[in-house]
Design a protein around this ligand. Structure first.
Ligand code: COA
Ligand code: MG
Length: 278
């Protein structure tokens, strides 16, 4: 299953962490980086160790890329139940490779590794980070990116469109899983959150990082194909099969639009997402 929602939970609040698995997100990202104050890092790492001993299956951990903290973060999360690591603010392919190597030393199934693209340099060199063996997918981090670049968002959030697209394109080109869409700090005005999430879905994102439980249901609604979409995709594929049997590659659908193999591929994608969501 490809997660539609990834709930960030700071590791410093043990009771909140304990309840996090029940919030309904497809995956958790327990945070040791900017969601935790410097003075609370040691306690957060201790909480994380306890939590991971009995963690739900899709529990990822976000670690710092700052060399002063990375080893401590890794020491607290390289455990059996870890699903994967989100490497914050990373800009160095060698560092990504080192973390990838550490993950392969863990017993059991392969773990995920998700560099967080959240600096100007990371955007510029994103293919080098994405191409490191062991990287499974990317995530866009826009709060740091806005601060790094001096960007402020208008209502359409179009100021970082190029970044959002670049990460989708690089992920596809390098055969990674689709990237995880950026966090939105908006968790009270959920219409704003929904519109922003729908725009990301149209761009090829299939899941989004969330910072509050209120965002989870909306992410699930937006990233799950509707019954009508699945039905239309099925009808289109059946029509294409019938056309192919008659030796025709291109034909017109019920509404008079052209269909060919490219359109059918998109329909197959919808069916695949429908089969794996939730
Ligand atoms: N994960 C799990 N539970 C969360 C949560 C989260 N990210 N955010 C809120 N909750 C819980 C609260 O603990 C509270 O639970 P309760 O009703 O059982 O007591 C409930 O959801 C409602 O929370 P609410 O009062 O609306 O929010 P808040 O004011 O406590 O917290 C934030 C607001 C933004 C501080 C909080 O959502 C948060 O810390 N988010 C994550 C931040 C983070 O990880 N940043 C780094 C990644 S970008
Ligand atoms: Mg950040």
């Amino acid at each position: 299953m490809i997660p539609r929602s990834w709930l960030y939970v700071p590791a410093d609040d043990a009771p909140r962490l304990a309840k996090a698995a029940g919030r309904g997100a497809d995956a958790l990202i327990v945070d040791l980086e900017d969601g935790v104050a410097p003075s609370a890092k040691d306690g957060a790492r201790a909480n994380l160790r306890d939590f991971l001993a009995d963690a739900p299956p899709s529990t990822w951990v976000r670690v710092t890329s700052d060399p002063a903290g990375l080893e401590f973060d890794l020491a607290s999360c390289l455990q059996h139940n870890l699903a994967g690591i989100v490497l914050a603010k990373t800009e160095d392919p060698d560092q990504v490779a080192t973390v990838a190597q550490r993950l392969t030393e863990l017993p059991g199934a392969l773990r995920g590794l998700m560099p967080l693209i959240e600096t100007g340099r990371a955007v510029f060199t994103v293919a080098d980070l994405a191409g490191v063996a062991g990287v499974t997918q990317l995530q866009v981090g826009e709060a740091d990116l806005r601060a790094d670049l001096g960007v402020t968002f208008g209502s359409e959030e179009s100021e970082l469109l190029l970044v959002r697209q670049r990460v989708v394109i690089v992920s596809s080109a390098l055969n990674l899983l689709p990237p995880v869409a950026p966090v939105s700090v908006e968790f009270r005005d959920l219409d704003v959150f929904r519109a922003s999430t729908e725009a990301l879905a149209r761009m090829g994102y299939v899941g989004r990082a969330c910072i509050h439980p209120a965002q989870i249901d909306i992410a699930h609604e937006v990233f799950t194909p509707t019954a009508e979409e699945i039905d239309a995709a099925r009808r289109l594929i059946a029509a294409a099969d019938a056309a192919a049997a008659e030796g025709r590659g291109a034909f017109t659908d019920d509404s008079g639009r052209m269909v060919d193999e490219a359109v059918v591929r998109q329909a197959r994608r919808i069916l695949a997402r429908g089969a794996t969501s939730g």
